[in-house]
Design a protein around this ligand. Structure first.
Ligand code: MG
Length: 255
């Protein structure tokens, strides 16, 4: 039994932990399939993750020069730096499936339609704390506009310690997972950051982090696990969630 209902999730998130089952998170949506348009961070990839009923769908958020939040991974779009380029220029560059790169607003409108799929929102690191704050301010406002500022609908992740510490202060009821791998579970706890989403390399080197985090009441997640043996390994260690480009493979292991 893999799927956790949204209401149950709210309970677990408020305790900063998942259920005993492993949650499956589609990395950048379920994109590497026909229905996902083979396009990461697309609306098609989100719809595909929702259709398959995965526990969560991850996506990356950046802020443009004119303060539009967009869903895309890299710091540039075909060589145009997102931080210094206006949305009207960036939006001309389409995804492989010919979809326009989604704004966060458009993404949330689709996300809202399927409460059973958790939105795993990654705030990408920005050049300054001021730009990171502007991005978080705008995202929180959009989430509130769509009645999605809810711990049972959205989980936050970031490589930025500044962003995770801010979420810990201002939205402590949300699952808030740090990605960068350089802090122990005890250090995360000390900072008030209630979750750990570390790379498979970090957690293979430090498998003890998983049990330590769970004992401290932190939620746990690992990225990006695409091999069956590695997925089995992390499931055996009791990881809370697996972020993967092959969610069907992980789902088959959990059934
Ligand atoms: Mg990401």
């Amino acid at each position: 039994m893999i799927k956790i209902t949204a209401s149950l999730l709210g309970v677990f998130c408020s305790l900063c932990a998942y259920s005993q089952n492993t949650a499956i998170i589609a990395h950048r949506g379920f994109w590497n399939c026909q229905e996902g348009g083979y396009s990461e961070n697309s609306i098609a990839s989100l719809k595909s993750a929702q259709r398959h009923g995965f526990w969560g769908s991850e996506f990356d958020v950046h802020i443009t020069a004119d303060n539009v939040l967009i869903v895309t991974h890299d710091h540039d779009v075909e060589g145009l730096p997102i931080a210094t380029t206006q949305w009207k220029e960036l939006k001309k560059h389409l995804l492989p499936n010919l979809e326009r790169r989604p704004t966060l607003e458009k993404y949330l409108r689709q996300g809202k339609k399927h409460p059973e799929t958790m939105l795993v929102l990654e705030f990408k690191k920005q050049a300054s704390q001021e730009r990171e704050d502007a991005m978080v301010d705008k995202a929180f406002a959009l989430l509130k506009k769509y009645q999605m500022f809810r711990p049972d609908r959205v989980l936050f992740i970031s490589f930025s310690r500044h962003i995770c510490e801010r979420i810990a202060r201002e939205a402590p009821e949300f699952c808030n997972q740090y990605l960068n791998g350089d802090l122990t579970p005890a250090q995360l706890k000390e900072l008030g950051i209630n979750g750990m989403d570390y790379s498979r390399k970090v957690l293979t080197s430090h498998p003890e982090y998983i049990s330590q985090a769970k004992e401290l009441g932190l939620s746990t997640n690992v990225w990006t696990v695409n091999k069956k043996e590695e997925a089995e390994y992390f499931i055996s260690l009791g990881i809370g969630a697996i972020t993967t480009n092959d969610p069907l493979m992980v789902q088959a292991l959990c059934n």
